[in-house]
Design a protein around this ligand. Structure first.
Ligand code: PHE
Length: 342
């Protein structure tokens, strides 16, 4: 009986080694270890063996079963891996094909326009300054000459965090922060790009949008400097034929104040749908810094003057690229975004 077991082991090992694929191996396994398999059949004849030998043979038979099971398992792994190799062989990777390029991001149109605006003013000697998105009532309103009950606050209705803290409604608070730090040193020449927030939401207004503030303070700044600077900006941004027009306006922190229009870039000032037949498009608010603002920020309003302006970046990007709906900037549609950028 022991002899038979030995033979079965040898035979089985040979068969396992020769198996060419998983199906064949499975068949062999059934034939040896299955209910009607060789090992099981052999064990059925255990009854013919002398009683004292039975435990020894039983033990041997169990050992053999375990051994063979392991051998099957090993072979199964082997065949499976070989199968993979075959598959790779069939698929044939062509390493001479060009790779798939990774998707590279690109700059958002608003970033591009902001950078362009910055470049123009940096070229004129302005420095870039920043302020916080969450402002105090003092910097956003009070120091800019909007007292608590001033009706002009309604034009910039905002998001309050506490009665004294709000999301800034414009970049003008940066004027105060910069002057406060620098006073009484002259000149002040800064631009301040950043996010601003208002309770507006339609095709031309978003609750969050971007502005670039400008401020120049010195001993001899005049309204002509404001006008000349903005004309130069308009020509750099929209082309050398650009004209600008200043209309009287009102801001509590500038006196006098002006809205600035550029000649319509669609019809070159002839009048069209985009400019409502006026030939002009509004791009920013501006004016001479109010004496109260200079004083509160630490400058002597009898000795220094300044101009300031604030432009909407979305507005300028819409005009520059001919975009009809401001919300496109914020919906993150790649078909839109991919049309811009480097
Ligand atoms: N802060 C004003 C606004 O957001 C724009 C402005 C800036 C006007 C600077 C004058 C001077 O409407």
């Amino acid at each position: 009986m022991l002899q038979k077991l030995k033979e079965l082991e040898k035979e089985s090992q040979l068969k396992i080694d020769k198996a060419k694929n998983l199906e064949e191996l499975k068949e062999i396994k059934v034939r040896i270890l299955g209910k009607k398999g060789a090992l099981t059949t052999l064990l059925r004849s255990l009854g013919t063996v002398a009683p004292e030998e039975r435990p020894v043979i039983g033990k041997e038979a169990n050992n053999l079963r375990a051994k063979l099971e392991q051998a099957f398992e090993r072979k199964e792994y082997e065949l499976r891996d070989a199968g993979k190799e075959n598959q790779w062989e069939k698929e044939r990777i062509d390493i001479t094909l060009p790779g798939r390029p990774g998707l590279l991001g690109q700059k958002h149109p608003l970033t591009l326009v902001t950078e362009e605006i910055k470049d123009i003013f940096i070229g004129l000697g302005f420095k870039v300054a920043h302020g916080p998105d969450i402002e105090t009532d003092f910097y956003n309103y009070e120091a800019l000459n909007f007292p608590a009950d001033h009706p002009a606050r309604d034009m910039q209705d905002s998001f309050y965090i506490t009665p004294q803290l709000l999301l800034r409604t414009h970049t003008s608070p940066v004027q105060i922060r910069v002057m406060e730090k620098q006073a009484p040193e002259l000149p002040v020449r800064i631009i301040a790009p950043g996010k601003v927030f208002r309770r507006d939401d339609d095709a031309t207004h978003s609750p969050m949008f971007h502005q670039v503030e400008g401020l120049a303070v010195d001993t001899d700044i005049t309204f002509a400097d404001l006008k000349g600077t903005l004309l130069l900006f308009a020509r750099e941004m929209f082309g050398s034929e650009q004209k600008i027009r200043l209309r009287p306006s009102y801001f509590p922190f500038t006196e006098p104040s002006a809205e600035v229009d550029i000649s319509c870039i669609m019809c070159a000032g002839k009048g069209c749908r985009v400019c409502s037949d006026t030939g002009w498009l509004e791009i920013l608010g501006s004016g001479m810094v109010h004496p109260n603002v200079l004083e509160i920020a630490g400058y002597d309003s009898r000795k220094v003057t300044g101009f300031a302006f604030g432009m909407g970046v979305e507005r300028i990007a819409m005009l520059k690229y001919g975009i009809g709906d401001l919300r496109q900037f914020f919906t993150n549609d790649l078909r839109f975004l991919k049309q811009f950028g480097e």
